[in-house]
Design a protein around this ligand. Structure first.
Ligand SMILES: C[S@@+](CC[C@H](N)C(=O)[O-])C[C@H]1O[C@@H](n2cnc3c(N)ncnc32)[C@H](O)[C@@H]1O
Length: 294
């Protein structure tokens, strides 16, 4: 993506107006930050006016897909309880003093969680200007030195620096060419670099992938591999020491309709009479968490 494209994206009317609101948003005195399953930002010094302004802005920043967050007592129950994913991966993040990238970082929830593991640097990549806005809003208070690049996985080819550890969660099945995408991730790694991804899978002992036109109402899911196929993809892309962390079925604790999204959620994507099937009749979502090294 060209720099001009990025500027253009941020100039879009709804984005530019919101960005300005975020940059100008007041910061109360003595902000306290607690980064746990709920990322909690608070202060004893908030006024009624501040709270009203805050609640208006939080609504303008809807939909909140990843979280949860608490901003000065206003709880954002995001569509996804991302703490569940983070708690699966956290013991596999050997990132102390490492340069880390989160590809498809959304609003940065995992990046903020990773701060406590003392990485040297964290850079998030997500082409969604809306995600960057949420990130900027959260970081307006946290004031971390996490960098956010309004770029996609494919832009890593031209990116100047490399990483020691890349996480790429919930992205691979959205790619039209998953092997090439994994190759791009591999090229973005330094020597001895590691990758941790999660991907939707289908349960099968064969080396196959589902390639649906629509899956759980998503039209941008291109390939859902079996575990063997995913391992083959990783091997073809040049990864070694491929280790499965776990697999997990998506349940209503992890993804559900909340007041903080506008549209539908998992309960609308599954067959009402059989929650083991998607509305299209495919097996309902299961994810694998898997690591590889170069
Ligand atoms: C299913 S969400 C996963 C978010 C988060 N990583 C997680 O696992 O909770 C996919 C994310 O990828 C982002 N995305 C879309 N196109 C992308 C691209 N070309 N490269 C990287 N990320 C992309 C979306 O904006 C979205 O934040």
């Amino acid at each position: 993506m060209q720099k001009n494209d990025i500027k253009q994206k941020l100039k879009a009317k709804n984005i530019a107006t919101l960005m300005e609101k975020i940059y100008k948003f007041p910061t109360p005195n003595n902000v306290s930050i607690k980064i746990e399953d709920i990322i909690n930002i608070d202060s004893l010094y908030i006024t009624k006016d501040f709270k009203n302004e805050l609640n208006t802005l939080l609504l303008l920043l809807k939909p909140w897909r990843k979280g949860p967050f608490s901003f000065f007592g206003s709880f954002i129950e995001s569509e996804w309880d991302s703490s569940i994913k983070y708690n699966i991966i956290k013991n596999h993040l050997d990132i102390k003093n490492k340069i880390v990238a989160d590809i498809g970082c959304n609003n940065g929830y995992y990046m903020f969680r990773m701060l406590s593991l003392s990485p040297k640097k964290i850079v998030g990549f997500d082409p969604s200007a809306f995600c960057k806005m949420q990130f900027d809003f959260i970081n307006h208070f946290i004031k971390s030195n996490i960098e956010f690049e309004l770029l996609g996985l494919e832009d890593l080819i031209l990116y100047d620096s490399k990483f020691d550890f890349i996480i790429c969660l919930g992205v691979l099945y959205h790619r039209t060419n998953p092997i090439d995408s994994l190759k791009i991730l591999k090229k973005a790694l330094n020597k001895n670099g590691k990758i941790l991804i999660d991907c939707l899978i289908i349960e099968s002992n064969e080396e196959i992938a589902l390639s649906p036109l629509r899956y759980a109402k998503m039209k941008n899911v291109y390939f859902i591999p079996s575990i063997k196929t995913l391992k083959n993809w990783l091997t073809r892309a040049g990864f070694k020491n491929i280790t499965i962390i776990t697999t997990k079925k998506t349940d209503f604790n992890e993804q559900r309709k909340t007041p903080w999204i506008n549209g539908e959620s998992l309960e609308h994507f599954l067959d009402k009479n059989n929650p083991n099937k998607t509305i299209e009749g495919y097996p309902s979502p299961i994810r694998i968490y898997i690591k590889g090294e170069i």
